[in-house]
Design a protein around this ligand. Structure first.
Ligand SMILES: C[S@@+](CC[C@H](N)C(=O)[O-])C[C@H]1O[C@@H](n2cnc3c(N)ncnc32)[C@H](O)[C@@H]1O
Length: 388
């Protein structure tokens, strides 16, 4: 129900179901194949996802959260608005703490104001994307998104330590109705570098092998595009030399590599590029291989236990959680134990939980109280504050 209530709120408090389906699917990052799935009910064929939304609406009506003031209009009741539990602009409230971190119920726009200058060693996050599918009504236009994110990124410069890193994971957004991509990611990079004075330290890439083929019309039906399963993680910094050490993210040598090279001299050679290697170049054991900038990660076991506990507590599952391997890689690469990691769009606290496991301190901010309640289950030492 929560995504339904959130989407009606986004549309100004009331909406027609036809306008809501795509927006809810986007909010939940529902794979296109699931969004389009049809089922047979008696003699009728209906869209399964839309039916699911209508069920959620029935439950919301029964609980007094939604009403139908006019035919074909779904509207939030006062109770519904309250149940949303969204942070109020200007208010920053600590919901739970652990020995290493603090989870704030706050808009990202306000939370940064409570964080000390030059204190954050890594800001790692995945913000909401500028979704433009369907009627685009009530959603971000990518130009508005760009202004909003640039203003936030400008504010984050103050809290980032001089050698700190800002890493932002963004996904592909398609132009409505055609198989072309909105270049908002490119615009974002240029804005941060040219206007805000950030350095682009690197681009990492996240490959999620278990992604469903999407977008459906171009990939599955017309077969003119390929599966979108790689997203960039843009790495910005205040100086050209942010703190980083790839020796903290080495991957174990493959058995074949160990057998063939380690401890053994090889024939020295000069490659066509002009660079060469000597007889002992591969003989030394450096503890592992230097990993590429492609991080391959799908769902993680920590997400499974998070989901199970949320279900048991009757809390909504966060629809777009990172696999923990993604923040883990970034945290190890750019921070040391005791450093501070901040995720302004905390969601289910995957970043914070990875930071805590790796002995880093953390701060997170999230606008949805329900997601924060579920996030607390990721920490065995979470202490709810009185206000929670
Ligand atoms: C893509 S999700 C982040 C998921 C997170 N990486 C995880 O692994 O669970 C984005 C989150 O930002 C929250 N959000 C959206 N706008 C916000 C704002 N202005 N301030 C704070 N949180 C916001 C949403 O409620 C959502 O939980």
């Amino acid at each position: 129900m929560l995504p339904l209530l959130e989407t009606i709120e986004q549309m100004g408090g009331e909406a027609r179901p036809k306008e809501l389906y795509d927006l809810i699917a986007n909010r939940l990052r529902v794979p296109e194949a699931v969004r389009e799935e049809k089922i047979k009910i008696g003699k009728q064929t209906v869209n399964a996802f839309e039916r699911h939304v209508r069920w959620a609406r029935q439950t919301a009506i029964a609980k007094g959260l939604i009403e139908t003031p006019r035919r074909g209009v779904w509207s939030l009741t006062n109770r519904g608005k309250h149940a949303l539990g969204n942070a109020q602009p200007g208010l920053v409230i600590t919901i739970f703490e652990t020995d290493a971190g603090t989870a704030l119920w706050a808009m990202a726009e306000d939370a940064a104001g409570t964080i000390a200058d030059d204190s954050v060693d890594l800001l790692f996050t995945s913000p909401p994307y500028p979704v433009a599918r369907g009627k685009a009504y009530g959603t971000w236009k990518s130009s508005e998104w760009l202004d909003w994110m640039s203003e936030l990124a400008g504010g984050w410069k103050r809290i980032l330590s001089p050698t700190g890193s800002l890493m932002v994971n963004l996904g592909t957004v398609w132009q409505p109705g055609q198989p072309t991509v909105d270049p908002y990611i490119e615009r974002f990079v240029i804005k941060l570098v040219d206007d805000l004075g950030y350095h682009l330290a690197d681009r990492l890439y996240w490959h999620n092998p278990s992604k469903m083929p999407s977008p459906m019309p171009w990939v599955v039906l017309k077969r003119v595009r390929v599966k979108q399963s790689i997203e960039p993680v843009l790495w910005f910094s205040k100086t050209p030399n942010p703190k980083a050490d790839n020796r903290r993210v080495l991957t174990p040598y493959k058995d074949a590599t160990v057998k063939r090279y380690l401890g053994k001299p090889i024939t020295a050679a000069v490659r066509p590029s002009g660079y060469g290697f000597g007889a002992q170049s591969f003989a030394k054991d450096n503890g592992g291989s230097i990993p590429p900038s492609l991080i391959v990660a799908s769902n993680s076991a920590s997400n499974d236990s998070y989901r199970r506990t949320c279900r048991e507590a009757g809390l909504p599952l966060h629809p777009a959680t990172f696999p923990s391997a993604l923040p883990e890689f970034a945290i190890k690469l750019t921070t040391e134990p005791g450093d501070l990691v901040y995720d302004p769009f905390l969601g289910s606290a995957t970043t914070a939980s990875a930071a805590e496991k790796l002995g880093r301190r953390w701060i997170g901010s999230e606008r949805s109280l329900a997601y924060l309640a579920g996030a607390s289950f990721r920490f065995s030492d979470a202490r709810l504050t009185d206000v929670a």
